[in-house]
Write a protein that binds this ligand. Structure first.
Ligand code: ZN
Length: 316
């Protein structure tokens, strides 16, 4: 039976851009207290162009993510959309696109079981760093420029844009949910197209730190990590696993944090002092440190980094 389409991105009126639920959380926690809730609308261009765009409800984004899988998501009341809105209706039977029959079949069958899935990730689009329209200034006029030229708004009516994203947070969310909800056989069958690189197994794009290869192109390198005592506004992690017998660290300087508009999100997560360790996902590459004794995970942008506090379960 075809499943109803799940809304995985929505237009945030206050932020002035299309966001995933995880992007919304990152922005929400970067406000100073008291934090204001956001208003979301259907991101489909023709719906947004309406005098009264359809409202989308966001659930649980105002809670910090833990390494227990929470259920933050968008809920669509399904009212007021234009005919042909790509968030309406049921999941279509997608045809094989560029994949051999067997691989495509496994990929398709697995994705059918997920609330959200991504066929293509575009890492080349980096959101502007100047914080344009994102300073939480709810008083700015959201209607200004509606329907044209806004960053991140899906252009055209192609169905395929629903499952293509440049949101790193959404990609990580998809990976984590797929890992949780699918059998390992199904999980290993997932394929991902990476803009500029082509099609590959999702797991190849997400090497665990212990399997990350120095010299490889940018990958989402992830693993458990311990936080060094913080000095200043920056922070530093040592991954628990090693690469070629060498420790691997990730360092974010005070200057980088000060320049980052969503630093409040990282600060809140890092302040959870009952965390046993952190799970770090960073899109980047391993670089041998100057001393040659360790590797550094180098990321291009703090929007390409996400962190979860992990609390070990109490023994039953
Ligand atoms: Zn719509």
């Amino acid at each position: 039976m075809p499943a109803k389409i799940q809304v995985s991105e929505a237009y945030c009126v206050e932020l002035g851009e299309v966001v995933s639920i995880s992007d919304a959380r990152r922005a929400y926690f970067s406000q100073s207290e008291p934090r204001a809730r956001y208003t979301f609308q259907c991101s489909y261009a023709d719906c947004l162009a309406l005098a009264k765009p359809p409202t989308i409800t966001a659930v649980n984004y105002a809670s910090l993510p833990q390494d227990t899988y929470r259920a933050a998501h968008f809920r669509d009341p399904g009212v007021g959309h234009v005919p042909g809105c790509h968030w309406q209706g049921e999941e279509p039977d997608v045809s094989d696109q560029g994949l051999g029959g067997e691989a495509a079949h496994k990929d398709r069958e697995a994705k059918r079981k997920l609330h959200d899935f991504i066929n293509e990730f575009d890492p080349t689009i980096v959101k502007p760093k100047d914080g344009k329209g994102v300073s939480g200034s709810a008083g700015s006029n959201p209607a200004q420029g509606r329907g044209q030229g806004r960053s991140g708004v899906a252009k055209g009516s192609s169905f395929s844009t629903r499952n293509r994203t440049s949101s790193f947070e959404r990609l990580v969310e998809y990976y984590r949910n797929a890992h949780k909800d699918l059998s390992s056989n199904e999980f290993f069958g997932l394929q991902l197209k990476v803009t500029g690189e082509g099609e590959m197994p999702l797991i190849s794009y997400f090497p665990n730190i212990s399997k990350a290869a120095p010299g490889s192109p940018n990958r989402v390198i992830h693993g458990g990590a311990r936080l060094e005592p913080r000095k200043g506004n920056g922070f530093m992690f040592w991954f628990i696993d090693r690469v070629d017998g060498k420790g691997v660290y990730l360092k974010v300087t005070s200057q980088e944090m000060d320049a980052y508009r969503f630093r409040g999100f990282f600060n809140d997560i890092l302040a959870q002092d009952d965390a046993d360790y952190f799970r770090v996902f960073g899109l980047g590459r391993l670089v041998l440190s100057e001393t040659g004794k360790s590797y550094r995970l180098e990321i291009d942008d703090l929007n390409r980094l996400t962190i979860f506090a992990v609390k070990k379960k109490q023994p039953a």
